[in-house]
Design a protein around this ligand. Sequence first.
Ligand code: LFR
Length: 483
Amino acid sequence: MNNYLAVDIGASSGRVVWGTLRDGALRLREIHRFSNGFHEKDGKFCWDIEYLFEQILLGLRKAKALGIETCTLGIDTWAVDYVLMDREGERIGEVYAYRDPRTNGAPELLHRHIPFQEIYAKTGIQQLSFNTLYQLYVHDREELKAAEHILLVPDYLHFRLCGVLKSEATNASTTQLLNLHTQDYDAELLALLGLQRSRFPELVRPGARLGFIREELVRAHGLPRCEVICAATHDTASAVLGVPAQGTSWGYLSSGTWSLIGVERERPLTSRLAMEYNYTNEWGAFGTYRFLKNMMGMWLIQQVRKELGNAYSFAELAELAATAEPFRSLIPCSDDRFMNPPNMTEAIRSFCRQSGQPVPASPGELARCIFDSMALSYDVYVRELEHVTGEPLKQLHIVGGGSNNAFLCQLGADLLGMEIYAGPTEATVLGNLAVQMIADGAIRDLGEAREMIRHSFEIRKYEPRPEDPARLKELRDRYRSLG
Ligand code: LFR
């Protein structure tokens, strides 16, 4: 029996999970869980990359203590953020977090040199001001000049573990620097940044075998003998692999700190409408593309919960929301003002105040405002998605932590008038493991992996309850009018 370890690090937490295949079922055991978050340092918002690396080593040590002597390992993390490294393999400067406000206004500056339409035609990537393209554009020139290598976070962690320099394609596509036509970094965009192609390692696809963890690390930390395999290193790419769907006409909603809503396609879609709606074509594993859009996700409630002194669990906040008055106040969830405000509760209240709505006061009212608004934005985006692809969706799969929120899942089903399948929570870990298992020959292909996930984990079905069409229209109009 082979041991597969998934390291999955999101913006708010990370885990090391042990996966095995037994009697045709996939089993998971969480070995190590740790918190994550960016912190402010000298006015910059940064990730603590050394801490994250230590947590991986700690997880591996725990794996060894559980009797794992040999294994494969795959890493996935959030996207777009990068590490600069010099010739000697030393990190240069801090690792900026994508919520750092330094990229506010950066797209407008860059678009003076190249219009967004041209960038979109090349890359098919949605405009988000924190994309690596814009981050590098405003990065300190001296630091950038000194950098021999620019590595996305998982690529850097791979390097630290096994000394191999590669650029994993699913994550690299989120840089907004990959050209869909040449399938490599785009020369013109690199030239605009003043960077040579050699600063970025060679692209590799999920499933590539990177090598074994360095002997000195194994000895110094008491680690298992572990081969690093490139997972789909962008967490969203892994999450979508882990969607237990069958057939056609399904959409997904990967619900974590972000809500990523979209469909899987075999070809990118870069039509004018796709650009206007700002849909992205992120590269997936096994020749797929994720045609999706980012919307603000659990970040809103995570922040409010923190500001309530962590006095309520997420489940309690959902229960309180369920008893609060519905659709009393709404916010445009994905508005920039909610990206990284000094105080989320205040940002929500002040929006409601300014837009003449009742100001949510209690925890239940705040949670209700967030969940109502999120469910309404699912509706807006699913309608857009159907319009732009010309293909109606029959069902939506919600995976990730948000799939546990029964209140929000039901609300989504009601507003969308569509069946929602919720779960598994650990889709990202499962997608990460699936790539390793396929690389290993233990699973044939993605279809088999999804089938196995479907049979191994509980998936809850939410049927839409009838809604009054006039009320639905009123709600949609109200939500769209928020901007
Ligand atoms: C989700 C995610 C999104 C990406 C955002 C920033 O965790 O990876 O896909 O747009 O974080 O990296």
